[in-house]
Design a binder for this molecule. Sequence first.
Ligand code: ADP
Length: 472
Amino acid sequence: MEQRESGIFPLEDALEMVLFFDSSGVISYGNRIAQEKLEYGDDLQGTPISEIFPNTFRIEADQVVSEVSFGAEVHKLTAYRRNLTCFPVEARILCSRDCPGMYICMANDIIEKEFLNKEIEQVKSEAEEALKVKSEFVANVTHELRTPVNGILGNVRELLSEGAAGELEPSLRLIERCCGDMNKIINNILDFSKLEAGKFTLEPRKFHFRNMLDYVKSNHSNKITEKGLDFFVTVSPQIPEYIIADELRIVQVLGNLLSNAQKFTSIGKITLEAVQTARVNDKIELFFMVKDTGIGIDEKDKEKLFQSFSQVDASISRKYGGTGLGLNICKQLVELMGGKIGVESEKNRGSIFSFSIWAGITEEEAKAPAVQPVFDSFAAAGDMEEEKLFDARTYGTPENLSALKKNLSKLILCVEMKNWEKAEMFMETVKQLTQGAPREIGRVVLRLKMAIQKENYDKITAEFKELDHFLQ
Ligand code: ADP
């Protein structure tokens, strides 16, 4: 043993157990760790290998017989201590090249590894179970919520369509809108939980690309133009008439980005652009941009935008509402469609949300020679226009005064029509446009805002006159 330790076999301090045995199965050397683990002393030498690994070796007619192959292969074996308790090992058994009839068994105790593996397995299965329970719970609750919401919505719509609402019509319209918003939130939570649980599947099919964009446009143009914003949609002529993709999900992502653009923009315009950026065999890459001239996003906040439940700050969620789920869902959907989503933005100067996806093309389209993508000049919105918008936000410039007048006249029209919600929206824009105005104007704006909130018509008219006087 001494000789092996100090000479050609420096194995005494090896981290794994090393056992030498001969063709009759008798151990001729066991290093320190083997003695410790197997709870033998020097008497390990002379012990049959079949006592240490009774399930693997047996001695027949003074010859060792092995159940496992000799060589580099790693086997999972059970090693027995002197007191007959056992533990799992990973072992390799080799024949000595220099000394025929001599074998080496190198074994690692894997009891800790096995224990940790079991723990990991258990934690994993518990987590999977918890996720399953959670998504089932979310699916059930959202389904249960949807039923009464749709019940309310149905009844309200019936009352409205019968024309029997009378004085109650504004309240019923409000209930109708609230139910619509509630349904949007429920759908977002459902999508989010499905995506999180990896249960979301895309449903690609052939559809008319421009019709899809027209649908998106018509869904949003009213809300955008009602706010006094311009809305442009442009499509690169290169995009085929029909593509194969999940139309519903593209509409959902575009819808979310456009709703955000409209929500966070009070002056200027919103643009939606679509181009084809690449083609590989029967697949094309499409690139979409939703550009607004709204409140913009701080550099430091950009990273957290796409995380779930993330809103830039609490004041934004109070002022504009929302769950902070929309962009996270968009990101997951875009990634499922093989693309990426990103944002470029500057505080108070607007934002550009863009994403790419891969879509299939029809057989006829695939046969046609690929045309090199022509990039439309996206950023050609023009610095001049950007500057004009910036001036409109700076109190006292001619652009600012004209935007103020435009918004005030819309505001008063909403008041006349008792459309308080829209009046509040225009009031918000007026407030933004008078930031930096002399203090007396600021005070009138504040009083006007309060009067609108209280729906006090006389007070509104008085404050409005005063404001108009200042602006003249
Ligand atoms: P929410 O449903 O709350 O709007 P989103 O995930 O769609 O959730 O958006 C998260 C946050 O990102 C918003 O609360 C807002 O702070 C910011 N954000 C999104 N789009 C815009 C935009 N066009 N302009 C400015 N901020 C935006």
